[in-house]
Design a protein around this ligand. Structure first.
Ligand code: ADP
Length: 598
């Protein structure tokens, strides 16, 4: 499938580089962190264990010395009770050599009576050695210190000996710490070796675990880049039962879904493209600079260009009216339509402004046929009106001649003929006026027109009809200038029609004509207190031949064409016309002229 990868490049490239950096640091962080923890833990274990082992070993040795002392106690007591001190010394020397333990016996005075390693007579008083003092207090004394006698670190155990015949004595057993340290250093070498092996094994395990975590992440990163590049067939091949396996399954499901959505989107786009290119109406989309974003085949045929994309519309459509239409739509930000000729054909160009995208979409409807029919209709109405005008005027003239010679009964009939002829003449004249207006819309003779003066003159004509119906007239005009650019005859026709209607459809009350300026533009209100127009009919009254009440219209001599003429004139002057009305209360027609420009 085709995916526009340019949509995905750019910013995402930056994030890929970040991801690569992140990957490296993730491995280092994880592995480095675990290494540090392992080293600290092993060092801590080694330190604590070597210290504990030494004190535990010393404890154990002290206990065995105590037990040994307890077992020797009776033998020593025997020698003491029998006063065989010299024999005791010899016994101590023999036994000490045998069991590699120093045996010393001290009396209450602190005098050494026997010692396995030294001559007792040469030895200093031992009364205040810590283990001896403790033993004389009745406890088992223990001490680890440097012996000044044998010049080495020793572990001492002092055991109190109490007999009925002899005074209190202390049996002291001691061991060279040197031996213990040799033993312990062997042990700690083994422990350190074990620690080292443990560390290496833990580091290797940490390396493998970290790699097993970061490897899938690397793969996820690699496949993500493929997907971001538009290759939705890329899959993660991680087969694992853990969370990463779940991530891989979800990722693969996600790419499948995206693939399906893209396929669906492409299919819809193709469908839409083929529909748009096959419709008869030309379609053109422009960006806010006026560059062509899209166009269909019909438009390309219309302008005779095959590839207008990215060109400016004025390079393709060289029509002043089209240029004006697009500029107005962009300025006024609203939908506008205009009829434009392309060669022998006429198109209704409908330009829609897309508010949120600031783009313009133009549709080109071929209305040549409708236009031709309209021209035929108009020509027909024109010729019929022209043809009817002369005979009708003749009929009217002859009826008036006949009236002079007719009797009372005949005069009644002639009156009916005359009224209907008048109606027909009115219709014919209104039709001719409309047809003329349609023809000359673009060729108005514009000049500055003073609307106040124009209305003053018109109201003069209506003085009599107003008096006949006993209606009051109010004319309000503020002091400012009341000029518009326009055709004075057409504008007169417009206001005559509006005031004529106001008089025709008002039985009592007043007619008010007001000129004022609102936001710099000229507004004229023609207000009456007449029968009013129902809301649902207000839009339709500007249609040709549309009358609300046929019999009333006939009675007042209406043709149903007056307001069509009014609307035409207003439009040709770019003026807006609005109607506000309440049945039974009255009607106001409002004309709003465009700003005055000379
Ligand atoms: P008409 O020649 O019949 O007056 P118009 O085109 O001038 O035709 O008006 C169309 C219809 O609009 C009229 O038939 C009438 O019903 C209604 N209308 C026009 N002006 C007024 C008004 N001032 N008050 C009430 N109804 C009006």
């Amino acid at each position: 499938m085709q995916v526009d990868s340019s949509e995905m490049s750019g910013e995402s490239g930056i994030s890929w580089r970040n991801e690569a950096g992140m990957r490296r640091s993730l491995f280092l962080k994880m592995f480095g962190g675990v290494c540090l923890i392992i080293v600290i833990l092993v060092a801590l274990i080694l330190f604590v264990s070597s210290r504990n082992i030494r004190s535990h070993y010393l404890d154990t040795l002290a206990q065995s010395l105590e037990k040994l002392g307890a077992s020797l106690r009776s033998q020593v007591m025997l020698y003491l009770e029998q006063g065989r001190v010299e024999e005791l010394d010899r016994w101590a020397k023999d036994l000490g050599r045998e069991i590699d333990t120093r045996i010393t016996l001290i009396d209450l005075e602190g005098i050494v009576l026997a010692d396995s390693d030294e001559e007792p007579r040469t030895m200093v008083n031992h009364r205040y050695r810590p283990e001896i003092t403790a033993a004389f207090e009745g406890r088992v004394g223990r001490s680890l210190r440097f012996s000044s006698t044998v010049k080495a670190d020793m572990l001492y155990i002092g055991l109190p000996l109490e007999t009925e015949v002899a005074a209190a004595h202390v049996l002291r057993l001691s061991l060279y710490v040197r031996n213990i340290d040799i033993l312990l250093s062997d042990l700690s070498r083994i422990i350190w070796l074990l620690g080292l092996v443990m560390t290496v094994a833990a580091l290797a395990a940490a390396y493998l675990i970290t790699r097993s975590l970061t490897r899938p992440l690397n793969e996820i990163g690699r496949v993500s880049r493929q997907v971001a590049g538009g290759d939705f067939s890329a899959k993660l091949s991680l087969v694992r039962r853990d969370e990463l396996g779940e991530v891989a399954r979800s990722f693969n499901f996600m790419t499948e879904r995206i693939q399906t959505l893209f396929d669906e989107r492409n299919r819809q786009k193709e469908e839409l493209d083929s529909i748009i290119s096959s419709i008869d109406e030309g379609i053109l989309a422009l960006d806010k600079e006026g560059r062509i974003l899209f166009s269909n085949e019909s438009f390309q045929k219309l302008v005779g260009t095959e590839d207008p994309i990215d060109k400016y519309y004025w390079e393709i459509v060289r029509k002043q009216r089209f240029d004006d239409l697009i500029k107005r739509v962009q300025q006024e930000k609203k939908t506008l339509s205009l009829e434009i000729e392309f060669g022998t054909r006429v198109y209704l160009c409908n330009a829609v402004y897309l508010q949120n995208r600031k783009e313009v979409v133009v549709t080109f409807y071929d209305i040549t046929q409708i236009k031709n029919i309209e021209i035929m209709k108009k020509d027909f109405v024109d010729s019929v009106s022209h043809e009817l005008n002369t005979p009708l005027t003749a009929i009217k003239g002859f009826v008036e001649t006949l009236e002079e010679e007719a009797d009372e009964a005949q005069r009644g009939y002639l009156d009916i003929i005359k009224r209907n002829t008048d109606r027909l003449i009115n219709i014919v004249q209104d039709l001719l006026a409309l047809s003329e207006l349609e023809e000359k819309t673009l060729e108005l003779q514009r000049e500055p027109v003073d609307i106040r003066r124009l209305l003053e003159n018109i109201l003069q004509i209506f003085k009599q009809p107003l008096q006949n119906k006993n209606l009051k007239l109010e004319f309000v005009a503020d002091a400012g200038p009341a000029k518009v650019m326009g055709d004075p005859f057409k504008l007169e026709q417009l206001f005559v029609n509006l005031i004529d209607n106001a008089v025709k459809y008002t039985e009592e009350g007043k007619i008010k004509v007001e000129i004022r300026r609102e936001d710099g533009v000229l507004v004229v209100d023609v207000e009456d207190s007449g029968i009013g127009i129902p809301e649902d009919q207000q839009k339709r009254i500007f249609e040709r031949f549309y009358v609300i009440d046929k019999s009333r219209s006939k009675k007042v001599g209406g043709t149903g064409l007056g307001l069509s003429i009014v609307k035409h004139i207003a439009q040709s002057h770019e003026a807006d016309i609005d109607v506000m009305s309440k049945p039974g209360k009255g009607t106001t027609f409002r004309i709003t002229f465009p700003p005055y420009q000379q």
